[in-house]
Design a protein around this ligand. Sequence first.
Ligand code: HEC
Length: 131
Amino acid sequence: MKNSMKMVISSVILLLGLVGCQTGFAQDKTVKDGVFTAAQVDSGARVYDSSCKTCHDMRFYRDTLKSWNNQPLLFLWETVMGTMPADNPGSLMLEEYTDVIAYILSENGFPAGEAKLDPDNGMESIHILTP
Ligand code: HEC
């Protein structure tokens, strides 16, 4: 093979690699990237106090988050929505479930940011990442 041809091929491979990396990067969003807003945390705190506090303390969520390490945040949201509050599953509004997840993340040291957490928008590509 001619050298120039080799150059072209290796450039193409390099380019594909770069594109691949960027796609990988977008999927690698984690709960450390400011994926909920401070306003969601505020309303989540109210939901939590009235609907979750009686059965779980924050220590429980710390351990729970660990067991969900590397899982998409959407799966946790779906689980909580489908099973909690244990005495009346699915009784909250979808937005309240989202806000309470934001509150739990915030209480566990993850930062708020500009983007609103939204189960219909990219939450399957945000991963839970515990220390
Ligand atoms: C009536 C009691 C009760 C209430 C109220 C309640 N939970 Fe639970 N929750 C449970 C029990 C029981 C379990 C299962 C415990 C276990 O796995 O050790 C559980 C498990 C969970 C889990 C772990 C799920 C998993 O599969 O990892 C999460 C997260 C959770 N609850 C969040 C919430 C949130 C958020 C609220 C408020 C919207 C809430 N719970 C309200 C009793 C309750």
